[in-house]
Design a protein around this ligand. Structure first.
Ligand code: FIX
Ligand code: ZN
Length: 416
């Protein structure tokens, strides 16, 4: 047997090295390729004004919501830096992420000098910075979140410019499913699709045509929607009807999986704007129904409630058309990543996608992947050690094969 990994220390080093060096396909981000212009966020002021830090700042500042939202981005970053990094130690996961990122970029985090960090970015060209970040984070490619209803994004797609091929697309359909009557119906009419509010057979056909047109245009890796915790399926609603009559058949026809991100309660505190979303535990009967009744469809699923994670793993054992991915948003904290990764591997072995970054700011790829690699590496090392204790001697090549599957291979095998 070649390069058998027998001693405990050798085993741990081999696993950690495999996880550290494996390039990753990041299957869900909010990043954009450069032709999308200002939609691609990067740099220290964007990092500091990430909505996770905005929510944390309001717990420590007397500045009112109104005053904060009137500030320029630089002023907001100054306030957040002062509040979370100078007057307090940046100990939360989102704050620590900034420290990791600056440190990995070679900046002097001990100086606590925000202006010096701004100076570093001032002369940087975005294309060069993308290379630097992808190299540091060992990210091979990222999947964007692409909304054909978005007025900033849509014209770029219609102009057919081709961007950096490391940025793949995902067709995001929240407006279609979550706000059909409020907005999407009128927008679709304005785009030239003959739809109506009653969702007649003709309108459903037009929605299928719309989805097909955008699949041909974007070549998305999947279609995705975020859903509230009270999502049901089947459901006597516009959303239920569109999923049944449009999303599922189109997903099958074009072999584009349907990604469901369940558990978000949008705007529980609207004063916080993007930082004001909350979450709740879902009833996974909806997924059970979808998976059982549509076994020729592929579903990628991530959930926002910790309390749903175990049930989701059990569903994974029952349905091979379910691929569980990532530790989404409020799940993306060290204690929970470690717990869910262990739970998933114990119940599903190596047939999951353990993490995505959800990066909104390019630089975040650095810390999100550094932190996640550390946690996933530790869990895997423990699991291979358990195997060794049971008498199974893994080889280095086998461990590298397994890690490659977790960091991208499983995704491609599932969607292709
Ligand atoms: O719906 C989503 O894709 C969420 O990830 C975002 O909307 C959310 O604001 C976020 O950034 C979470 O990490
Ligand atoms: Zn997201």
């Amino acid at each position: 047997m070649s390069e058998a990994v027998i001693s405990s220390q050798n085993l741990r080093d081999t696993v950690i090295e495999a996880v550290q060096s494996q390039e990753v396909t990041d299957i869900h981000t909010h990043l954009f390729t450069p032709p999308f212009g200002d939609l691609l966020l990067w740099g220290v002021d964007e990092l500091i004004t990430y909505h996770y830090l905005i929510a944390e700042t309001f717990r420590k500042t007397e500045v009112s919501y109104e005053k904060f939202w009137r500030m320029s981005k630089t002023e907001q970053a100054d306030l957040i830096w002062q509040t979370l990094f100078i007057e307090n130690s940046p100990i939360s996961e989102a704050c620590r992420g900034i420290v990791t990122t600056l440190n990995e970029l070679g900046l002097d985090v001990a100086s606590r000098n925000l202006q010096s960090y701004r100076d570093y970015f001032a002369s940087m060209k975005v294309e060069d910075y993308i290379d630097l970040v992808f190299n540091l984070a060992k990210v091979k490619e990222v999947v964007m979140t692409n909304d054909p209803f978005d007025s900033a994004e849509r014209p770029v797609w219609l102009s057919e410019v081709s961007g950096d091929p490391r940025f793949q697309s995902a067709l995001r359909i929240d407006p279609l499913l979550n706000a059909y009557h409020e907005a999407a119906c009128d927008q679709l009419s304005a785009f030239g699709y003959d739809v109506d509010r009653s969702l007649s057979e003709r309108a459903l056909g037009e929605i299928r045509r719309f989805l097909g047109d955008w699949i041909k245009r974007m070549k998305p890796k999947y279609m995705a929607v975020s859903l509230p915790p009270d999502f049901q399926f089947p459901e006597a609603s516009a959303r239920g009807k569109i999923i049944e009559a449009c999303i599922l058949p189109v997903s099958r026809e074009f072999n584009v999986p349907f990604a469901l991100m369940i558990g978000v309660k949008r705007a529980v505190n609207p004063h916080l704007q993007l930082a004001g979303d909350g979450m709740g535990k879902a009833d996974l009967t909806c997924l059970e129904n979808l998976l059982r009744e549509n076994q020729d469809n592929k579903f990628l699923v991530t959930l926002l409630s910790r309390e749903n994670q175990h049930e989701l793993c059990v569903l994974g054992r029952k349905f091979k058309n379910l691929m569980i991915f990532g530790c989404w948003w409020f799940m993306n904290n060290p204690s929970i990543i470690e717990e869910i990764t262990r739970e998933r591997i114990e119940l599903l072995g190596l047939s999951v996608i353990p993490q995505h970054s959800d990066a909104r700011i390019l630089d975040q790829l650095i810390y999100k992947w550094k932190h996640s690699r550390q946690l996933i590496g530790n869990v895997l090392a423990e699991k291979y050690q358990d195997l060794l204790d049971s008498g199974w001697i893994a080889t280095k090549a086998e461990i590298q094969r397994d890690v490659a599957a977790l960091f991208g291979g499983n995704f491609y095998r599932f969607i292709e």
